[in-house]
Design a protein around this ligand. Structure first.
Ligand SMILES: *[C@@H]1O[C@H](CO)[C@@H](O)[C@H](O)[C@H]1NC(C)=O
Length: 343
């Protein structure tokens, strides 16, 4: 009896040891796998860290993000969108939003909105629109680490109306706005407003081309010579009636529209595909461009939105955002501060 008991204890101890050993081996392999994954990700995106301390810190954040993204995608929670390990995978959500999302909407509560809306009585609104198919959208651009989303949004809307009024699609200069539109609210990489960019383009009698005044991704000195070359001009701008997705639909049916959104969540940071349904609030912090709308196969209505984070993010740089939500502000506040230039 005593001997049996003794044997039993030995085997139990052995089993426990083996078990612990197995757990250690598995977790070490998982860690190694993740380390290898981080290494591959670094080479894919050309990431170089200044020292091993920084690399360890970034590896930890990368691991947390990858775990979040994979748990999200595995979850059987009927999500209509997926997340992906993109170029932002080694940044915390705070780091990510503070360097890129610099739309100034939330800082200017008493924004004066224009009251005329030329599409008020627009009729025969199609059930879906994609301005890319009409050649009114330039390839997706990349703002980099400069918070001038407002310039990319205003430029995309201007490129759109110019194509629709003249038949010519010309890629225009965000850098001119970053460098030269600095006397008012707009402050280059530190943020700005699309409406103020439109005001600048009107006062400046136009904007130069991307090719002639190329993007640098940092605040620079205004090149007055290049700034005086005006490839494209606009005559005015109007605001879409606020908190009204129907009005926004009338507008987008007629031209690409600048919209402000709350892009602060990690689901937005890692959005990969499908119709984004949140989560997000209405603290507008990012400027993008609505270049269409439609209905997905499962019947979900969406806005087709062009972002300025390169083609690695989202669906080749685009995101479909749920349309027709219960809140009047629209998903992520997309219907709160929409506007467009007029030709
Ligand atoms: C829309 O129609 C109303 C009623 O006919 C008219 O008063 C208004 O001026 C029209 N708006 C525009 C922008 O044409």
């Amino acid at each position: 009896m005593a001997a049996n008991n003794h044997l039993y204890h030995i085997s139990l101890a052995l089993l426990l040891c083996l078990g612990l050993f197995a757990i250690q081996v598995t977790s070490r392999t998982l860690q190694d796998d993740m380390y290898e994954r981080h290494r591959q990700w670094m080479s894919q995106y050309g990431k170089v860290y200044k020292d091993s301390q920084e690399r360890e810190k970034r590896f930890k954040i990368f691991t947390e993000n990858v775990n979040y993204i994979e748990a999200f995608n595995k979850g059987d929670n009927n999500k209509l969108y997926t997340l992906g390990v993109n170029q932002f995978a080694d940044l915390t959500n705070d780091e990510f939003t503070s360097s890129r999302n610099k739309f100034k909407g939330h800082m200017c509560s008493s924004i004066t909105r224009t009251s005329t809306f030329k599409y008020e009585n627009a009729s025969a609104i199609p059930s879906s629109v994609d301005w890319r198919k009409k050649g009114a959208v330039t390839p997706v651009k990349n703002q980099g680490q400069c918070g001038c989303c407002w310039a990319f949004s205003a430029v995309a809307a201007t490129e759109g109306i110019h194509k629709l009024s003249t038949g010519k699609l010309i890629s225009l200069s965000e850098q001119e706005l970053v460098d030269c539109d600095t006397k008012g609210v707009d402050q280059g990489c530190e943020g700005g407003l699309m409406d103020d960019a439109f005001k600048f383009i009107i006062q400046n009698h136009g904007l130069n081309t991307e090719a002639n005044y190329p993007y640098q991704g940092v605040d620079g000195t205004c090149n007055a010579n290049k700034g005086s070359i005006n490839a494209v001009t606009i005559t005015g701008y109007e605001d879409v009636p606020t908190n009204n997705e129907q009005a926004l639909q009338k507008a987008v049916a007629n031209q690409p529209i600048s919209v402000a959104i709350d892009a602060s969540g990690s689901d937005f940071q890692f959005y990969k595909s499908g119709v984004f349904t949140g989560s997000c609030g209405t603290e507008l912090d990012h400027g993008v461009t609505a270049v269409g709308y439609g209905v997905s196969n499962d019947g979900t209505k969406y806005w087709l939105v062009k972002n300025s984070w390169g083609t690695e993010w989202g669906e080749e740089g685009y995101i479909m955002m749920q349309r027709g939500v219960d809140a009047a502000e629209g998903l992520c506040g997309i219907a709160m501060q929409a506007s467009y230039p007029t030709a």
